[in-house]
Design a protein around this ligand. Structure first.
Ligand code: NAI
Ligand code: PHE
Length: 359
């Protein structure tokens, strides 16, 4: 990573509460914590571990993702705020030896601990339940450990339940009574995407899949009799009824939005839309958009529900399924007021954020 001076004026504007940075010389890792809002409770959001081109890029990513977490937990009705953290690594995780990775996690955990519960973390891209176990040895404020280690286990199942519920809502809004026979393209066949793809196949959809990892594609091809494989670079040019991005964010900018041949987009990944204009372009073209901060809230519902609020697995599932109804309300509100669904969802989040939190 190129170390460039961190001039705050060079970063995109951000209305968050705190950004904290810690550098670990021996591993060459930056731990970046962004607390966007504690208005409704302590900030929650996963730890993303990856290589960034520069420190400002890592800070900007943490801040953007933290903002999305504030919206996510507000719309999901959880008594928490939004944050995110980033471990900006010197090399891809699979190239780091175990000792380096472990030390990077320990440094990150101590950094989180210094904030004394203002920010709680969990898994995100590049970290998993086993990493949460390592973090938890050095900080109280990490959830998402494996069940065997005393945590609530993977959040991907609940995330997928919510994303599937969102696909149902979006398909209905686009004029399809059910999923059977619809062309549904799932991009990214990891923990969330593979589960979503399986559910789409089970619902009788015509499944299209894309992943940069051929092993994941091979696995998905076995999910139904006629699965269509799409090259990763063709995802935004492939006609489909519903596109479900479940890889990394930033897939659709305004330019892509102008020609995207999808009837609906359901955000599994965080920050699927790369810029604000993309939402307007899609709305103007009549594409249905299920905003990611609504559609993918199942993971947050699982982690906070199980580990903070003491909910049962059944209650978590019900709340993740309820995303279908929340989206139906957002779509109806958007239609009634002639605004895009992203705008309607943002306003719904803002309404939750202006309500006094319960004492
Ligand atoms: P994962 O790491 O298990 O899966 C990601 C998949 O995307 C991998 O199979 C990878 O090979 C593939 N991929 C990466 N770049 C790609 C590209 N350019 N084109 C096609 N495929 C590509 O991650 P997971 O847990 O499934 O999460 C997926 C997304 O959903 C992430 O953006 C994550 O932040 C988001 N998310 C995950 C939640 C969870 O509970 N796991 C909750 C909310 C959001
Ligand atoms: N990283 C996931 C998300 O973006 C799951 C998560 C939720 C992790 C809340 C920590 C806290 O929703």
């Amino acid at each position: 990573m190129t170390v460039t001076p961190l001039d705050p004026r060079s970063l995109p504007p951000w209305a968050g509460e705190l950004t904290s940075l810690r550098h670990d010389e021996p591993t060459g890792t930056w731990s970046v914590i962004a607390v966007h809002s504690t208005r409704l409770g302590p900030a929650v959001g996963g730890t993303r571990a990856m290589v960034y081109p520069s420190l400002p890029a890592a800070v900007a990513d943490a801040r953007r993702l933290a903002g999305a977490m504030t919206l996510k937990v507000a719309v999901a009705g959880l008594p928490m705020g939004g944050g995110k953290s980033v471990l900006a690594l010197p090399a891809a995780r699979h190239r780091l030896d175990d000792a380096t990775w472990r030390r990077a996690l320990e440094v990150h955990a101590r950094h989180i601990e210094l904030l004394r519960g203002t920010y709680w973390t969990g898994p995100d891209i590049g970290t998993d339940t086993a990493d949460m176990d390592v973090l938890r040895r050095h900080t109280t404020y990490a959830f998402g450990r494996a069940e065997a280690d005393g945590g609530s286990g993977t959040s991907a199942e609940a995330t997928a339940v919510g994303v599937v519920a969102a696909v149902r809502a979006a398909a209905r809004e686009a004029g399809h009574p059910g999923l059977a026979g619809l062309r549904i393209l799932v991009q990214g066949l990891g923990a969330v995407g593979m589960r979503v793809a399986r559910a789409m196949a089970a619902a009788g959809a015509r499944l299209l899949v894309a992943d940069v990892d051929p092993a994941r594609v091979a696995m998905a091809v076995g999910l139904a009799a006629a699965v269509e494989v799409v090259a990763p670079e063709e995802v935004v040019r492939t006609p489909c009824d519903v596109l479900v991005p479940c890889a990394v964010g930033g897939l659709i900018d305004a330019r892509v939005a102008r020609t995207l041949p999808a009837g609906a987009v359901v955000g599994g990944a965080n920050n699927v839309l790369a810029d604000d204009e993309a939402a307007d372009v899609l709305a103007a073209r009549g594409a249905v958009v299920a905003p990611d901060f609504v559609a993918n809230a199942g993971g947050a519902i699982h982690l906070v529900g199980r580990e903070v609020l003491g909910w049962s697995a059944e209650r978590v599932r019900e709340r993740a399924e309820a995303i279908e109804g929340t989206l139906a309300e957002i779509f109806a509100d958007a239609r009634a007021r002639g605004v895009g669904s992203v705008r309607a969802a943002l306003e719904r989040a803002e309404r939750s954020l202006t309500v006094e939190p319960a004492a």
